[in-house]
Structures are given as structure tokens and as C-alpha cells.
Write a new protein. Structure first.
Lengths: 1124, 566
């Protein structure tokens, strides 16, 4: 047949065909009987999948066709003789093969085509009716291949960071073994307590249980990741798909040659170190003797710093720097005096580089119709919390003791020991007749020392004075001194780190089996059965020893805590699928129907006991105080049925639709079943006859409308009475009509390929998540404190751009770039409950008409209009206030400059001005909190807000949602050398720096240090206290947290085969050496350890906020990988 | 459970496509109404549990530390429990916003009160609908009376703390629109309900289950409960007034009678609270645990220990501008205080701490060297777990109400007798004379509070002082409520709580608050009368005090010289 003329290539082919036909007619020398046929299969050389829709033609003739759904083709009327058969398909390198055609015979020519670097023909399976090339998708599904993930991460969650537009991966905590938080196109729930904002994770067909973590899954096993970002694409997953879906496929042995066996071993070793640090104050504000060698305490005695607040000594006294000799006050004392002793940076004493290693081995083989891959992985990361000076000091102490004939102390080292994990995975594929069977098994065991987190070490560290020596060892017990800084109410953070035990242990088992049946002769039909389970067993043990010291030197008696949980999810499904090609192969129809069930069980228990009767027996039998226990049981059942169908007409018109009916025990009895749907269309204009722009190889328009749900937490629907210690009391008013959150998303996009090597995708997705699940407070007299209701809506608008450029794509050399950019704005559209605050510091303000993620709190007055709401006239303001060097409006009094505090002895005085309350007095030079009408109240009462709204100091401070995220990946290879880098950034968001805030409580932060300023710009301690604001911070600590990171950089070299052979004979086939850096460099103005930081607070998980989390750190490693 | 689950799910996998699941799952962790109240015993438990809400108001955080501090007895400047904000001076309007970080200061008593009323009323209604608790309903009277007791107590706490509230009991249909009632009306309803309890409790013999109110008295009988309600009726009536003027119109004879006839002591047997108040162990006391812990959380306000000071340092402190005030050591003949300003020398109830535990940036005016250790045994029962007994109602409180009632009704002799019981018996101070004069001359104790002149107190001051000494951290709010009715709260202190913003928002009322000098609902200037700064009285008083101070300094110098010579 003559193939269809469509697209640029088809026009060329058409010209060729016309020419050939003319020649044949003119010469008349090619008799009809001198023809044969050519048949064969086109497959992907990498995945071995059949390639459908490829153009197969005989060079120099008009004979051509398209490969079918199974990759097969048949060329009729091929002139006899030596012919060149060519296969061409966008996204693949063109491939030709010579074949001899004999008259009346059928010749065979199979093709294994290789994708170009743009990988347009990668097969996607998530959220679609069946295997679908990316180029034909009517919506966005990101697919990551090994080439996109050249630098293995510590686990599967962090592997995704910076890998695509609209994918946010936040390492809110750098704690080893901690899963990074993943959100796709922003959060979809206002209140996610008891559930998650993370996407549904599926690994080799295993739907993960709710407690499962990607930290268990090593990155080296991963073959590909598919990411479905929103409801427009994820509707297939129904009431669990609101946050998107991530489907991970692990490596299998299917691509192996028959009867082959490969062994791969890889070792990676390196170190981690803290990149960022905190600025500290190196000066103080205390009264000292004239010589400046001793402090004066409240008793008037001369004392050393570590004698304050110890028995017999008094406390600190502020020095009056404005009126020397007079009593000091917070407004006349300044942190500008040098300490008399040598200072030590507590941050440096606390952190030290740690080690990391990963040893991995995999065996892959194929025997006949069966293949397998088995892998083992040992991973360890010690983190960066380690006091090496303590160890040195203890060694010295022990050495001295031994010299004195005493026994050395055998005590714990002040270290958070980090994380270890052992994984094993087995994937098996086999075929019995018409049955394809794929089975996967996974087991993981890990141990996490979270002593630093559990014992509040990061918070206590921030309060330590540089005059204290945290690493000093107590000669009586060998531990760091408990009360290293007696002027603080905080214990030495290194002390509990040394004496306490805090260990989490987790085992994880996953398994799945997938049976696919396609009867011979009925290849259009498939029957697929799947069953999977995922189980996590977790235990946590905390031991505080009997002889743990208090700050006052007493012993606590210790405590023991043990808790555990088991979470298991079992899923099963049965799928019927059909594929049919009609209209002479122009139209491909595919349909699927699936029934699935889910059952998830969660059991937890915990016991806590106080006071040991004997030391070193961490057993509840040794507890003399009371012990208390808790337990929890949860079961979730779900059932679903969906049908999905797609039609592909000539590869240019693609239509897709699905409907799903979902039932879940989590919904109220009256709303137990819900329906979701999706409809999608795509039009590939470049396949049209009229398309004549040569340099645009692909131009696709697409639109998808889909719905998906978000399930409530287990308890939400139930009316509950609390029961404890024999008491009963009402807690939660049940809601039988509780239904899932319901997201309707529309996604429109365009995909281009320019000049065969530039791919550009743009997507605009706009969604409304209605029926927000909110805990609605009830009037107190109702008795029940709250009820979960569907009571709000948030909208989301996302722009995503993805640009891929393959600058060089040759056999020995390759250079590719990938740029991803996204921007998401979210708004609370409706709120059927009173506005409320949530999240860290109670600062996330939830109000209709406001953006989601907006932080509110105290804001400093910066200009005279900020004072106007309180009634201070512009004239009075301009006469009595000035903007200081920090940008804040402060009271100076008429005729004074803000720098006159010392010269005119104005610090400690006040300024009185007229306002609506009569008069108000402002401390001289001190930051002023702004009072204004609440913006939300003002918006509701635009004309009457001055009478209907009250002044408040709770005002917008910033937003944690970035203006945009971007990442830039570069992959270069030249023969054996490869260089890969990933730069990612987040721009235009702020973070409440809680760590910096809390440092102000004790004037420890760099903000408090006035010693490096010239005198006229110094601020008294009252200025810093106003900023501290009892730990609630304010706008002054809402920092721009934009950042740009070199997230990954690796240089690898695969040694030449000849060299490997010389060195290892035939034993080693390939040897690759790599140097790898992760989180190498961060460029930011943020003053905390790291701008990528998050907290779990209120109903938020991993919201961008800084509050004493384990800081992220950089890692350098060297790796060697051998294939045998 | 998991294995069973696994087997079932795999069975489902085999049967997939053939049948649907039953999607009903029972929450076995917490019951719903049907299961919680399935039996008469459950309803009885619901009623019994409502007392825990009353306990919560009296002994959990709620507003207890913040308001104790606002009364200038306890002092602290940590932000926790709203202490920094509510203790800051000059006083500011209270931040009654749902966004306020420590909003439970406003919400605690409000929510606990209505939770108690809701549970108790549900129980009463069930009984009135024919439920029989015990054979033939023999325990119905006990349950009904105890439920009404808790309703009465909840209304009392609403009336004491809030400017207005909803009057709700078992007869109220909460689904219909409720209207606010004034605090006086709420208190009237509370007193009526407690009177009903007293009558009904005296009418039917019963014994409360000991775990309902696990006191050192053992299981309370019906008459014990009647007496307890009588004591609480005295407490409620006495603590309702917002000012001295309102206190004058209280029926103090009734207070005296109730305080005399009521139960004189209620001490609850504490249980380990685990991590500060896990509901599993309800009988614990947060304010006692932290509000008397001297190394981090608690000190006595200088306006308290200053009343005992005869050195003049308190007057010097009073006469220092607020921002420049620093903690001072005093001298007093009261043996409850240490003789010397050293830690080793403890008094019988107070100790001196050389350390200052709060950053000076929070205001040195609220720093103090003195701590009260009356509840030390409870605090030290173990670290972060508390086994000790918890005082809730003491003979001191009852006797002081009798004394105050006597004083306010002109019965000086009784008032003097009451004051001297603790003043002499515990403080080692010379007895107040029959004429009501505080003896001691230059060494008189107490001094008038807030008095720039340092004058000796009178009988009223002596009674206030003994209240300070004897009723500290016993039961939530007694200090504040006492200070309120004596007009001795610092200027601008809010005299009651507004309806919490969270409820105002739910019910769609406008937000409002109290506090701040000169604002409605705020305390006036507590400086003792007759001392008007700049007046002749003031000058004379100051001169007298100064002469005394000169004399004392001379004596001290002579003693020092004597020591040196020797």
C-alpha cells in the first residue's frame, strides 16, 4: 500500500513516490511479477517493547507502511532485488537495513530502533489505558529514565528532587533516613492532619500503605519513575489521586539475552558535612568589673561566667551604657562587650563531618522464558551531629585517670549515630504459554538514631553561650557537663546526646504478583490479575538513664518508652483489556475495565514508664513509678471499579476517557460511594497534511479534564466519646455525610519538538479542590468540640515549562540539557468555618480570599502610613519618628536622629504622641509593632471597616509558596567520561526563621551582636526582645528563603575495556569510577542552616518553616561500579 | 489482626470481581454515643466524668498561671501559658483572638464548663427519660445530684470568669438560639443549682464512687457532697464580685454560713500525669507542678513578698520607675520567710534564690528572688510525673472567707481571730490586736501593698496578706478573684475574660476584649487610699518612713561595726 501522506516526512516520501512512479511508467521496465514482500517487527532496542506507528518504507520507492500495535509490519509490492528498508519515527534514530527481495517471496527484516536523547517514545503506563508513548499522551505524565537520574540518591524520595516541573521535593529535615516530602503542583488540602499531602506511591504495582516511607527504597534499584501530577491525569486512581500518583518501576532481567547472567557490584564511600551555620553573638551586655576580667552578679560579687546562677552566686546584671554607673535596663544595655574568656562556637562543637557508605550488588539473569534480578544493598549515613572535641577531651581524661590508677570511663559518645539500612529485592518474570507472570519481593530493615531530634538538641544548642564550653567533660562521670551554661535554663545539648538512647527500627516487606493472560489467537484481549501487599513494622525505644542529671545536679530517675506499630496494605485487582485496530489500521481502540479492592490495617501500641529502681536495666519491670500505655487500631476498606477507553486515529487525534466508582470505609455512610471521571483530547498538528513547517517536528495540543479525591483521616467521620482512665467525654461530633475532597482539574498544554533535538512542553493546569475536609469548631455549649465537615475550597493554578535540548547525541559523545520551571499559586476560595490560624507558631492564617501558605504575625512599622490606623497624624509621625538603618520606623522625638541614642542619652527614654487612644508612649528607638485592620475583615467591609473591624497586630508577613521553582540538568558524556550536574532553585518565598527567633530569647544570635557596629547604630537588648516576641517572632524573622543549589554533581569514568581486561582479565567486564557530590553548594540570603527546611506543625506536614530541625548537609563520595 | 487481614484480603483477591466489600468499619478506639451510653452504667460514667472538666478548670493550665500572675502573686516572664503577655506592664488589652498563640487562656474554662454541662445534662435527661441506674434505678438520685453538682460548678466558673455566658442546663435546648446572660445572672443560676444539689443530696443517702473524686477523705457520702456544694457555694458567692464595690453587696452572712458549714478540706489523691497531663491520668495539677518550681518557672511577685518586708527595700522598689525596678532582698519577722537572703536559709514556706531565671529583657520589674515552696512535695514527687496529693479546698480558704465575711459585716473579733490563726500560728508574727491594729511599729507586717510610703497595714491588709500566704496555688484562680474583689489588681488588669474569640467567631458575634488602663472591664489604680502622690499626706508618710529607714540603716551599720571590732 501507499502510505498516508501526513507530516513533513510524508511530503518527502510523497515526492519520492511520485518520482518513482514516474520512472516506472517512463521506463516501463519493472514488470509486476518482479515483486516480493518484506515483513518484520520494529522493537525498541532498550525496552524491547514493540514500536507501533513507525514508518517503514523501501528507500527509493513509494512502498511503505506503518508498524502495527505489536510492532509488526508488512511491505507488499517491493521490487525484487537488493533493497534498503528504512524505519523512521519521531523520537527514534532512523534505521535502515539491506534486504534481498525475491519475486513472490517474503523477506524478513526486524528492526531494533534506538531512541534519541529526547526520548519522545518512552512508554508510559501510569494513568493511561495501556502502554502509551509519551508523544501520544493527552495529558502530562513525567517519566524519568536512568539517564534522568544519573546520580543515585540516598533513597527514592530525594531522587526526584529537581527532576521535573511541578514536582516539589522538600528535604525539610536532613536527618539521615528521613524521607523527603513530595508534593505535586502544591498541596490540595487545607487541613491534612491524620493524612498526607503526598502523592499516592506505587512501586512495581504495590500501592504503599499510609505509613510507608520512600526512605526504605534505595535508588539504585529504580529503573524508571512516572509522575502523574494532578487530577486531570490521575483520575484513574480515584479517591486517592488528589495529590497525584508516582509509580516506580524497579530493574528487572527482561532485557537480558537468553542464558546470560550479569553480576554488578557497586561501592560508594564518602562523608557528609554541614554547609551552613548560624551566626552568633560574640558580645554581651553584662556589668563587669573595671578591669573587664570578671562579671558582677546581682549580689555585687565578682564572678566568672559559669558561676552565674550556681549556689552561692547571683545572676547577671545589665550594664547601663547610656548613663554609666546607673542601673542598667533593657533599654540601656547593649550586647557590645567582649567576654573576658576565650570563646567557643557552640555550633562548631556540636557538628562534625560524618561518614556515609553504600554497598550494592545485583545479579541479573535470563534462562529461557524466565528472567530475574536480585539485589542487596547496605546503606549507612552517620550524619553530622558528632562532637569530636568531646571525644578528644574524654580520651585525655581517661588517659589521666589511667595514669592515676583509676578506671577509664566507658560512656556514650555525644553522637547521633545516624541511619543504617539493609535492602533486598527480587524481581522475577516468566512466561507459561499465554501467561505472563511478574513477581516482585522486597525486604528492608533499617535503624535510625534520632537522639538529636528527640532530645531537643538543636533547640538547646541555639541558646548556648560562646562563653560556655559544651565539650568539657565532667570528671566525675565522663559525660559532657550537664549544666555547661548555668546562665541558661537549657541543659547542655551534648549531655543528653551522650546519656540518652533514642532508636527507631523499621522493617518493610512488599510483594506483588501480576499475571497477564492474552490468549493465542485473541491477542486483542488481555486479562490481568494483580495482588500486592505492603507491610511496615516500626518500633521506637527511648531510654533516659536512672542517673541522668538535671540542670541543678539532681538525678531524674530516668524513663523508658517503647512504642510500635504495624501497618499493612493489601490490594488486589482484576482487569480486562481489549485492543482493536479498525479502519485499515487508522484507528486504534483500546479499553480496559478493572475491579479492585483494598484492605489496610494499622495497629499501634506504646508504653511509657518513669523512674528506674536500678540503673542500666531498661525493662518495665525495673520501673518504680507508674507506667501508662496506649494503643490504636485502624482498618480501611475500599473498593473500586473503573472503565477507561482511548482512541487513536492515525496517531494525530487522540481521545481518552474514563469513569471510576470508588467506595471507601473512610467516607460517611451516606456518601460511601463517589464517582470520578476524566476526558482528554490531543491533536498532533504535525501529523496533518497541511503542516509544512519543516523545523517543527512535533506540535501537539492537548486538553484534559479530570476529577480525583482526597480521603479523610480514619477518625473524621465518627462520632466519638473519649474514653480514658474510666472517664467518658464527648470529643467529635460525627458526620455521616462526610465525603472526600473533590478536585476538578483542567490541564491544557502544548508540546513541541524543534529540529529533532529540542523538546519544549508547556502546561497550564487549573484546579478547584472543593469539599475541603476541615475540623469545624462547635459552639462550646454543644459539648462536642468539633466536627469534620466538607467546608471549603481551594483553587490552584500551575504553569509548567519543560525544555530539553540535545546538543550532541552521537555514539561517543552526548550533551543534553534539561530545564524545568514551574509556578503554582493557590487561593482559599471558600471557607465555611471561621478564619483560624494553624501551622508553625500558629502563623498560617486560613481565611477565604487569602493565599494558602500565607504566614501572619507581628509586623514592624516601616513608615508613617503604618502608624496611621492607630490615629497618629502624618505631621506628628514625621516630627517624632524616623526610619532606622534596619528599615523600621522608630520613635526618636522631635529634632532627634535615630543615631542620637548615645550622644543625647536618649536610649531608655520614650516619646509620647497623640493618637486615637489619646496619647501613646513609644520607647525610644525600639522597633514598633504595626496595628492595622485585618485585611480579611477589611476586604469584607470595604467601606465600613473602620467601624466594623478591630485593630490587630496579626498581619500578613510572607508566604511559603515560591514564585517559581526551576532546575537545570546537564548531562555530558565522551567515550568513558560522564559529567552530570543538577542545579535547582526556588525563588520568591519567605520562611519564618524560628531558629533565629529563639536565639533571641537569650541574645545568642548574630542579630543580637552589637559589638561590630559603630556606636551610633547599636541597639539595646530591648530592641532584640521586641523582635523575639516571646518566641512567636514576626515579620523581621520572615526571611527571603530563595535559593539556588548545586544539588548533584558527578564525574564518572568507565575505564577502557582494554585496560579492564589487562587489570582483571575476563572476570570484570566493566569498571566505572565516580566522584559524586550532593547538596554541594547553596546560594541564598537565608540566614539559617539551610533554606530548604520544613516542620510538622498544626495540621501541616513539612511546611516550609524553620524550627530546630536537623539541618541538611552536603555529601561527597567516591564510587566504584564493576560489572562481572 | 494483621494476619487475619492479610488472609481475608488475599481471599478477596481470589474472589475479585464476584462480590462487593462491606465497607462498614467500626472505630474500636473510641465509642460513639450509642456505644458510649449503651448501658445505665455508661451514663453514670458519663456523669461522673463531667467532674473532670471541673477539675481541669481548677488544676490544669487553662488561665490559672496567667491570672495568678496577673494578681501579682506568682511571677514569671516565660511566654508559656500566656504569662509574658498577661503579666506585662503597663497592662494591655488582652489579645482575645483565635489566632493568639495562648488562646486557651480564654478558651479553657469556657470549653471545660460547657463540656461538663453537656455531659452532665445528657445524663440527667437520660435518667429523666426513664433510664434506671442500678437495680430499680437505685443509683439514679446519686447520679442526678452529682450531675447537677457539676452543672452548678460549671455555671459558677462561667460566672466567676466571663463577663457573660449562656445559661445552659438539662432543661436547655441547645439547638435553639441561645442568648448571653450577664455574669451576675449566670452566678445566680449557679448558686440556685448548687442549692438544689445541697437539698437533694441531703435528702437521699448515697456514697459517691471513690474514683469519681478520689480524695483523702475517702468516698464522699451524700452529706459530704452536700457540704462540698455548700463550700463551693461560698466560694462562688465570694468570688463573683468584680470590685470592692460589688463585693460590698455580696451576702457575706451567707458566705460565712456556707464556709462554716461546708466541707473544710478536699485533697485529691494525685496520679502520675505522664507527660504533663495526659488525659489517661486526670488527677494531676499543672499550676502546682510548675507554678511552684523555683528554678525555671516560678517566683513570688515582689508585690507579695514585699508586704512582708520591713527593710524598706519594697518601698524603694515601689518608688522606682517600673522599667528600672530590679529584684530585691527583704527583711521580715515573718518566719515563713528566710532570715537571710541566702539559699541555705529557708523559711517555713518561702525561700530565697540568688539566681534570676528570666531574661532581663522581659522586664526586671517582674523578677524576684523569692519562691513559695508550699507545694514542693507535689512538685518533687518525681520528674515530670506527679504522684502527690493535690489540695483543692482547704480550711484556710474556708476560714478566710469566714474572716472576710466577718470583717465586711462588722464582726471585728471574728475577723481578728481568723487572721491570727495563721499570722501567729504559722508566721510567728505578733497577733493583730482586738481592736484590729497590726502591731510591730517599724517592723510591722504586713505593709500596705503598692504603698509608696510603706505604711503598716490594717486588719484588712493583714487578712489580704494571710490570704496571700495561705491560699497560693491551691485551686485555680483564687488569687486573682481575691485580688479583684479587693481592688488590688494592678492598674489596667482585665477584671474578667471576654467570651473567647473562637466561640464569638463560630456564633458570628463581634470580637471584644478587656484590659488596659482606663478601658472598660479593667482594674483601676490599686494604690492605697489617702496616699496621693505629691499630697501632704504623702509627704508626711514618706518623711515618717524615711526617718524609720535612716534609723534602720544606722542600726545595721552599728551592727556591722560591732562585728568588725570583734
Amino acid at each position: 500500500m501507499l502510505f498516508n501522506l501526513s507530516g513533513r516526512w510524508n511530503k518527502r516520501a510523497s515526492a519520492l513516490a511520485t518520482t518513482a512512479l514516474s520512472a516506472w511508467l517512463f521506463i516501463g521496465a519493472a514488470p509486476l511479477f518482479a515483486q516480493g514482500a518484506v515483513t518484520g517487527t520494529v522493537t525498541d532496542s532498550e525496552s524491547l517493547s514493540p514500536v507501533a506507528g513507525a514508518q517503514v518504507f523501501v528507500a527509493g520507492t513509494a512502498v511503505g507502511t506503518l508498524s502495527g500495535a505489536q510492532g509488526t509490519y508488512r511491505l507488499e509490492g517491493v521490487p525484487a532485488g537488493q533493497q534498503t528498508i528504512t524505519v523512521r519515527l519521531i523520537g527514534y534514530r532512523e534505521l535502515s537495513q539491506a534486504v534481498t527481495v525475491q519475486s513472490g517471496q517474503v523477506a524478513t527484516a526486524d528492526f531494533a530502533v534506538t531512541q534519541t536523547a529526547l526520548r519522545l517514545q518512552d512508554i508510559v503506563v501510569t494513568g493511561v489505558v495501556g502502554e502509551t508513548p509519551r508523544v501520544k499522551l493527552p495529558f502530562t505524565v513525567e517519566r524519568l529514565n536512568p539517564a534522568d537520574m544519573p546520580v543515585p540518591a540516598a533513597d527514592a524520595s530525594s531522587l526526584l528532587a529537581g527532576k521535573g516541573a511541578g514536582i516539589s521535593v522538600m528535604s525539610g529535615s536532613g536527618q539521615p533516613g528521613q524521607e523527603a516530602g513530595i508534593t505535586l503542583r502544591g498541596p490540595t488540602s487545607i487541613n491534612a492532619s491524620g493524612r498526607s499531602q503526598s502523592p499516592l506511591i506505587v512501586i512495581d504495582g504495590v500501592i504503599q500503605s499510609e505509613s510507608a516511607t520512600l526512605a526504605d527504597v534505595g535508588a539504585l534499584d529504580i529503573e524508571s519513575v512516572e509522575i502523574v501530577k494532578g487530577a486531570a491525569a490521575a483520575s484513574l486512581y480515584g479517591s486517592r489521586a488528589q495529590n497525584g500518583v508516582i509509580e516506580i518501576s524497579t530493574k528487572r532481567g527482561m532485557g537480558m539475552g537468553n542464558n546470560t547472567l550479569d553480576l554488578m557490584a557497586r561501592g560508594e564511600f564518602g562523608m557528609g558535612e554541614l554547609e551552613g551555620t548560624l551566626s552568633s553573638s560574640w558580645h554581651h551586655s553584662l556589668l563587669m568589673n573595671d578591669a573587664g576580667t570578671k562579671f558582677i552578679d546581682t549580689a555585687g560579687d565578682e564572678v566568672d561566667y559559669n558561676q552565674f546562677n550556681t549556689p552561692g552566686f547571683g545572676s547577671q546584671v545589665l550594664e547601663n551604657k547610656v548613663n554609666p554607673g546607673q542601673a542598667g535596663s533593657v533599654q540601656t544595655a547593649f550586647n557590645d562587650k567582649k567576654f573576658p574568656s576565650k570563646l567557643k562556637d557552640p555550633i562548631k562543637e556540636f557538628f562534625d563531618p560524618g561518614e556515609t557508605y553504600d554497598v550494592y550488588a545485583a545479579v541479573t539473569g535470563r534462562i529461557g522464558e524466565s528472567s530475574f534480578r536480585v539485589s542487596v544493598d547496605q546503606f549507612e549515613e552517620s550524619g553530622v551531629v558528632h562532637c569530636s572535641v568531646c571525644v578528644e577531651n574524654l580520651d585525655q581524661l581517661n588517659s589521666d585517670r589511667v595514669a592515676q590508677g583509676l578506671a577509664a570511663f566507658d560512656v556514650g559518645i555525644p553522637t547521633d549515630e545516624g541511619y543504617t539500612r539493609q535492602n533486598m529485592r527480587l524481581n522475577v518474570d516468566t512466561r507459561f504459554g499465554d501467561l505472563d507472570i511478574a513477581a516482585s519481593g522486597f525486604y528492608s530493615r533499617s535503624k535510625q538514631d534520632d537522639a538529636a531530634i528527640s532530645n531537643g538538641s538543636f533547640s538547646r544548642l541555639t541558646f548556648m553561650s560562646p562563653a560556655a564550653d559544651l565539650a568539657e567533660i565532667d570528671p566525675t562521670d565522663g559525660y559532657p557537663i550537664s549544666n555547661a551554661d548555668p546562665s541558661s535554663i537549657e541543659q547542655n545539648p551534648l549531655y543528653l546526646l551522650a546519656v540518652a538512647t533514642e532508636v527507631d527500627e523499621r522493617t518493610r516487606a512488599m510483594g506483588s504478583i501480576n499475571i497477564n493472560y492474552s490468549p493465542t489467537g485473541m491477542e486483542w484481549l488481555t486479562v490481568e490479575a494483580n495482588a500486592s501487599f505492603d507491610r511496615t513494622d516500626f518500633s521506637d525505644v527511648g531510654i533516659r538513664p536512672k542517673n541522668e542529671e538535671t540542670r541543678e545536679g539532681d538525678f531524674t530517675g530516668g524513663s523508658l518508652r517503647e512504642s510500635s506499630f504495624t501497618d499493612e496494605a493489601v490490594n488486589a485487582s482484576l482487569t480486562l483489556g481489549a485492543t482493536q485496530t479498525v479502519m485499515d489500521g487508522d484507528l486504534t481502540l483500546r479499553a480496559k475495565a478493572r475491579y479492585l479492592v483494598e484492605d489496610q490495617g494499622f495497629v499501634s501500641s506504646g508504653v511509657f514508664g518513669n523512674r528506674f529502681s536500678v540503673a542500666d536495666v531498661p525493662n518495665f519491670g525495673a520501673i518504680v513509678g507508674e507506667t501508662v500505655g496506649t494503643n490504636l487500631v485502624r482498618e480501611i476498606k475500599a473498593e473500586g471499579l473503573f472503565g477507561i477507553a482511548s482512541a487513536d486515529y492515525k496517531g494525530k487525534y487522540i481521545v481518552d476517557g474514563l469513569i471510576r466508582r470508588d467506595g471507601s470505609s473512610l467516607f460517611g455512610p451516606e456518601e460511601r460511594w463517589q464517582t470520578y471521571y476524566r476526558g482528554s483530547v490531543a491533536w498532533r498538528l504535525t501529523q496533518e497534511d497541511f503542516w509544512n513547517i519543516d523545523w517543527i517536528d512535533e506540535f501537539k495540543l492537548r486538553f484534559s479534564l479530570g476529577t480525583a479525591g482526597g480521603r479523610p483521616n480514619f477518625f473524621a467521620q465518627y462520632e466519638t466519646f473519649g474514653v480514658s482512665a474510666g472517664a467518658i467525654f464527648p470529643v467529635n461530633l460525627g458526620n455521616e455525610a462526610l465525603k472526600p475532597e473533590y478536585t476538578t482539574e483542567r490541564e491544557a498544554g502544548v508540546n513541541f519538538v524543534f529540529a529533532e533535538n529540542i523538546g519544549l512542553d508547556y502546561t497550564y493546569a487549573w484546579a478547584l479542590t472543593d469539599d475541603q475536609l476541615l475540623q469545624v469548631p462547635q459552639p462550646a455549649f454543644v459539648g462536642f468540640s468539633s466536627q469534620w465537615q466538607n467546608a471549603g475550597a481551594i483553587s490552584s493554578k500551575t504553569h509548567e515549562i519543560s525544555l530539553r535540548y540535545s546538543a550532541i547525541d552521537e555514539r561517543d559523545t552526548g550533551l543534553q540539557f534539561r530545564l524545568s520551571w514551574d509556578k503554582t499559586d493557590q487561593m482559599i476560595e471558600r471557607l465555611d468555618v471561621p478564619e483560624y490560624s494553624d501551622g508553625p507558631f500558629g502563623s498560617v492564617w486560613i481565611a477565604a480570599g487569602r493565599p494558602l501558605g500565607e504566614f501572619w504575625g507581628a509586623v514592624g512599622v516601616q513608615n508613617c502610613s503604618d502608624l496611621a490606623p492607630t490615629g497618629v497624624s502624618l505631621a506628628d509621625c514625621e516630627a517624632n519618628f524616623q526610619v532606622n538603618d534596619d528599615g523600621y520606623l522608630v520613635a526618636t522625638g522631635a529634632g532627634n536622629d535615630f543615631t542620637d541614642g548615645f550622644s543625647k542619652q536618649l536610649w531608655g527614654t520614650s516619646v509620647t504622641v497623640n493618637d486615637d487612644s489619646g496619647t501613646s508612649t513609644y520607647p525610644w528607638g525600639i522597633i514598633i509593632e504595626k496595628f492595622d485592620y485585618s485585611p480579611t475583615c477589611k476586604a469584607k467591609n470595604p467601606t465600613s471597616y473602620q467601624s466594623d473591624c478591630v485593630l490587630t497586630n496579626f498581619l500578613p508577613m510572607g508566604n511559603v509558596t515560591p514564585d517559581f521553582n526551576a532546575s537545570w540538568a546537564t548531562n555530558f558524556r565522551y567515550k568513558g567520561l560522564s559529567v552530570n550536574s543538577l542545579i535547582s532553585s526556588s525563588y520568591g518565598h519567605t520562611i519564618q526563621n524560628g531558629t533565629r527567633t529563639w536565639r533571641m530569647r537569650s541574645n545568642r544570635g548574630g542579630d543580637a551582636d552589637q559589638g561590630y557596629k559603630s556606636r551610633e547604630f547599636r541597639k539595646p537588648v530591648a530592641y532584640q526582645d521586641a523582635m523575639y516576641n516571646t518566641g512567636q517572632g514576626g515579620g523581621w524573622f520572615q526571611e527571603d528563603a530563595s535559593w539556588l543549589k548545586i544539588r548533584e554533581l558527578s564525574i564518572g569514568y568507565t575505564l577502557p575495556d582494554s585496560f579492564v581486561e589487562t587489570m582483571f582479565g575476563n572476570v570484570v567486564k566493566r569498571l566505572t569510577l565516580s566522584a559524586i557530590g550532593r547538596n554541594l553548594l547553596t546560594i541564598t540570603n537565608y540566614s539559617g542552616y539551610d533554606p530548604e527546611v520544613g516542620e510538622n506543625a498544626g495540621s501541616f506536614t513539612n511546611i516550609a518553616s524553620d524550627g530546630f530541625t536537623y539541618p541538611n548537609f552536603r555529601v561527597y563520595t567516591f564510587a566504584a561500579e564493576m560489572v562481572f | 489482626m494483621i494476619n487475619k487481614l492479610t488472609l481475608r484480603a488475599f481471599a478477596l483477591a481470589l474472589m475479585v470481581g464476584f462480590s462487593g466489600c462491606d465497607l462498614d468499619v467500626t472505630n474500636t478506639n473510641e465509642p460513639d454515643r450509642d456505644r458510649a451510653l449503651a448501658t445505665a452504667d455508661d451514663v453514670e460514667t458519663l456523669i461522673a466524668s463531667s467532674y473532670q472538666q471541673i477539675w481541669s478548670m481548677q488544676h490544669y493550665w487553662n488561665n490559672n498561671l496567667s491570672h495568678n500572675m496577673m494578681s501579682h502573686r506568682h511571677t514569671a516572664s516565660w511566654g508559656n501559658m500566656g504569662q509574658n503577655d498577661f503579666g506585662r506592664e503597663p497592662r494591655e488589652p488582652m489579645p482575645n483572638q483565635s489566632s493568639y498563640y495562648w488562646s486557651y487562656v480564654f478558651e479553657g474554662n469556657w470549653q471545660d464548663s460547657y463540656a461538663a454541662i453537656s455531659a452532665a445534662s445528657d445524663g440527667i435527661r437520660a435518667i429523666e427519660a426513664g433510664l434506671e441506674i442500678g437495680p430499680g434505678g437505685e443509683r439514679n438520685p446519686r447520679a442526678t445530684v452529682f450531675a447537677k453538682f457539676n452543672v452548678g460548678m460549671a455555671l459558677c466558673y462561667l460566672g466567676m470568669w466571663y463577663d457573660k455566658a449562656f445559661i445552659v442546663d438539662e432543661t436547655t435546648d441547645v439547638t435553639s438560639g441561645l442568648e448571653f446572660s450577664s455574669h451576675d445572672a449566670v452566678m445566680t443560676a449557679a448558686l440556685a443549682k448548687l442549692s438544689e444539689v445541697i437539698t437533694e443530696a441531703n435528702a437521699t443517702p448515697f456514697t459517691l464512687q471513690e474514683e469519681w473524686m478520689p480524695s483523702t477523705n475517702g468516698a464522699l457520702s451524700n452529706t459530704d457532697l452536700a457540704k462540698l456544694a455548700t463550700s463551693y457555694r461560698a466560694r462562688c458567692r465570694a468570688n463573683g464580685p468584680r470590685s470592692e464595690a460589688e463585693a460590698a453587696s455580696v451576702d457575706w452572712s451567707a458566705v460565712k454560713t456556707d464556709a462554716t458549714n461546708g466541707l473544710q478540706e478536699l485533697t485529691i489523691v494525685g496520679t502520675d500525669a505522664d507527660t504533663w497531663g495526659t488525659p489517661a491520668k486526670p488527677w494531676w495539677d499543672g499550676p502546682k507542678a510548675l507554678g511552684t518550681e523555683p528554678n525555671t518557672w516560678h517566683r513570688m511577685h515582689p508585690d507579695w513578698h514585699g508586704m512582708s518586708d520591713v527593710s524598706g527595700n519594697y518601698q524603694a522598689w515601689i518608688n522606682t520607675p517600673l522599667a528600672q525596678r530590679v529584684p530585691f532582698a527583704g527583711t521580715t519577722p515573718d518566719i515563713r520567710y528566710p532570715d537571710e537572703a541566702v539559699e541555705a536559709d529557708r523559711g517555713t514556706r518561702h525561700e530565697y534564690k540568688s539566681s534570676i531565671i528570666w531574661p532581663p529583657v522581659r522586664g526586671t520589674y517582674r523578677q524576684s528572688h523569692y519562691a513559695d515552696f508550699r507545694h514542693e512535695a507535689y512538685m518533687l514527687s518525681c520528674t515530670y510525673c506527679y504522684f502527690g496529693n493535690i489540695t483543692e479546698l482547704t480550711p484556710y480558704e474556708m476560714r478566710l472567707m469566714v474572716g472576710e465575711g466577718a470583717l465586711r459585716t462588722g464582726d471585728i473579733a471574728t475577723a481578728v481571730a481568723v487572721v491570727n490563726e495563721t499570722r501567729v500560728g504559722e508566721g510567728g508574727l505578733p497577733a493583730v490586736t482586738d481592736a484590729g491594729t497590726v502591731p510591730g511599729g517599724a517592723n510591722c507586717v504586713p505593709r500596705k501593698r503598692y504603698d509608696p510610703a510603706g505604711r503598716c497595714g490594717d486588719l484588712r491588709d493583714a487578712m489580704i496578706y494571710e490570704h496571700f500566704e495561705s491560699v497560693f496555688m491551691d485551686s485555680g484562680g483564687l488569687e486573682f478573684l481575691h485580688g479583684r474583689r479587693h481592688d488590688i489588681l494592678p492598674t489596667g488588669t482585665a477584671i474578667h475574660l471576654p467570651v473567647p474569640a473562637s466561640d464569638l467567631e463560630v456564633l458570628q458575634y463581634d470580637l471584644y476584649t478587656f484590659g488596659g488602663a482606663g478601658n472598660p472591664g479593667s482594674a483601676g489604680n490599686p494604690t492605697p487610699p489617702n496616699i496621693v502622690p505629691g499630697s501632704l499626706d504623702s509627704a508626711l508618710e514618706r518623711a515618717a518612713w524615711s526617718l524609720g529607714a535612716i534609723q534602720r540603716r544606722a542600726e545595721a551599720r552599728a551592727a556591722q561595726l560591732d562585728l568588725v571590732v570583734r
